[in-house]
Ligand binder design. Structure first.
Ligand code: ADP
Ligand code: MG
Ligand code: ZN
Length: 485
């Protein structure tokens, strides 16, 4: 950030809820079906069709509210937000009005060292989270002559989480978005797939002279669909604001789009052109009134929260906070870790393997754990083989692990068939050490004369001669013993 200026950022995040059916009808809520196959009179907005609220969406909203420490409103109402657009056949979107089901609360983010005077963790306030329905999707690239509309998404339940303008840098904005993404995926209320649009973000940003309190006029950048785009778009926008302010200009309150290819924002509409949505209470839906047991039921069905789980994993398995955080990169990864730790009996080793070899394989192949096809029992067995000394670590990593990835199911049988078992037999190791000493008298003499580097060379030669199967600890002991003769 340029000295003398401060950025102020608030995010509005659309969380697509993982319900079976849509918000107000029985149509399936799934991504990727053939266009316009998941529709009915209600989500098509045909005359006379009546909406019925999806109870699962309400329960999920309550869960997020409880996790954020927010107030869950006993009563809230749905409104019609009216505008014309081809992907909105009803002519209005049903959304919550001035009073939302979830209000207040906060989400913690780590501090950004680039922002002065911020020491973490920082609570970012949530203004509210309200339920609404999604619109359909226009496709402008599937036909030369026409735009096509797919209404499968029309009526899919969304939870819009409106954050307070408490963020002070693009990094903080991205950290906040990651924290929210982690929360909704671990709650199991959203699949978090940003490419498919299940988790989308609009970023509001303004710039003001450092040390002042009044908010500058803001720009809203629409539809940022990755953490990187959020950082890049905000960086660009903050730079643009500062340039305008420094040259004596004023910031126009407007809505802008992000062009990822050109790496710049572009004006979509200004405040003057803002629409009047003519909000009015939805006459076809009753007041949303919570029943006495609703909150307790939502709480009872709630999984462990990610920050609690991170703390527990660190304490239970003697991991650093950083390692535990890495294991929580997504729910499947965390579940795999816990099963592996249980299976091999050593959480620290399970973490080392997952954050080491397994993560490397995932990056190299650009896939997910399920795509890797690695079974918990096989990897647990491999870790145990190393633990009990049957296999040395380098053979495990370099030979057996790749075999598991290629489909080998039993590491123990593989090790036996391939003759990979570690040799700890002192007689065999001693023979090998004497052979290596005989072949390399010069390095031996130099080591004995006080050059410790040559000891490493000799160990390496013994390991090589033993095809990597010798127990390294034994080799070290035997080398020292024979050299001292
Ligand atoms: P709307 O988008 O409907 O006008 P609000 O005015 O409540 O709604 O603001 C929406 C978002 O804009 C919130 O996330 C809020 O934090 C953020 N915001 C509001 N004012 C500013 C500002 N001056 N600078 C940056 N963000 C802001
Ligand atoms: Mg807005
Ligand atoms: Zn429908």
């Amino acid at each position: 950030m340029k000295p003398g200026f401060e950025a102020v950022i608030g995010l509005e995040v659309h969380v697509q809820l993982l319900t079976c059916s849509k918000m107000f009808c029985g149509c399936a809520n799934v991504f990727g079906a053939p266009p316009n196959t998941l529709t009915c009179p209600v989500c098509l907005g045909l005359p006379g069709a009546l909406p019925v609220l999806n109870g699962a969406a309400v329960r999920m909203a309550i869960q997020l509210g409880l996790a954020l420490g927010a107030e869950i409103r006993e009563e809230s109402r749905f409104y019609r937000k009216q505008y014309f657009y081809p992907d909105l056949p009803k002519g209005y979107q049903i959304t919550q009005g001035p009073v939302a089901l979830v209000e207040g609360g906060h989400l913690e983010i780590p501090s950004d060292s680039a922002v002065r005077g911020r020491e973490g963790p920082i609570p970012i306030r949530i203004e509210r989270a309200h339920l609404e329905e999604d619109a359909g999707k226009s496709h402008h690239d599937r036909s030369d002559a026409h735009s096509l509309v797919d209404l499968n998404r029309a009526g899919v339940p969304l939870l819009e989480v409106v954050g307070a303008p408490d963020l002070r840098s693009p990094q903080e904005a991205s950290d906040y978005l990651k924290a929210l993404h982690r929360l909704v995926t671990f709650l199991g209320i959203c699949d978090g797939n940003m490419e498919e649009g299940s988790f989308r973000c609009d970023a509001n940003v303004s710039v003001r002279p450092a040390g002042t309190m009044t908010l500058g006029s803001r720009v809203e950048v629409k539809n940022l669909n990755s953490f990187r785009h959020v950082r890049q778009a905000l960086d660009h926008e903050i730079g643009r604001h500062i340039q305008i302010l420094e040259s004596g200009g004023a910031i126009l309150q407007e809505t802008r789009g992000w062009d990822a290819e050109k790496a710049q924002t572009w004006s979509q509409r200004t405040k003057e052109a803002a629409m009047d949505y003519r909000f009015f209470p939805e006459p076809d839906l009753p007041l949303l009134t919570l029943a006495p047991g609703d909150r307790a039921e939502a709480l009872a069905a709630m999984p462990e929260l990610p920050w609690d789980r991170q703390r527990r994993l660190a304490a239970q398995h003697g991991l650093t906070d950083y390692e535990a955080g890495m294991l929580l990169q997504n729910p499947a990864f965390a579940d795999f870790f816990e099963a592996l730790a249980l299976g091999c009996g050593n959480g620290k080793q399970a973490a080392n393997w997952l954050l080491g070899e397994v993560s490397r394989a995932l990056n190299e192949r650009g896939t997910t754990l399920s795509g890797l096809g690695l079974g918990v029992p096989a990897l647990a067995e491999l870790i145990r083989l190393v633990e009990v000394g049957t296999l040395n670590l380098s053979t495990a990593k370099e030979v057996v692990f790749p075999a598991l990835l290629a489909g080998t199911e039993s590491p123990a049988r593989f090790v036996e068939e391939q003759g990979l078992a570690q040799v700890s037999d002192l007689g065999a190791i001693e023979r090998l050490v004497r052979e290596v000493f005989a072949v390399h008298p010069e390095p031996l003499a130099q080591w004995k004369a006080g050059n410790p580097k040559l000891r490493g060379f000799l160990v390496g030669q013994v390991m090589k001669a033993g095809q990597g199967r010798m127990n390294p600890q034994r080799v070290n002991e035997v080398i020292d013993a024979i050299a001292a003769e």
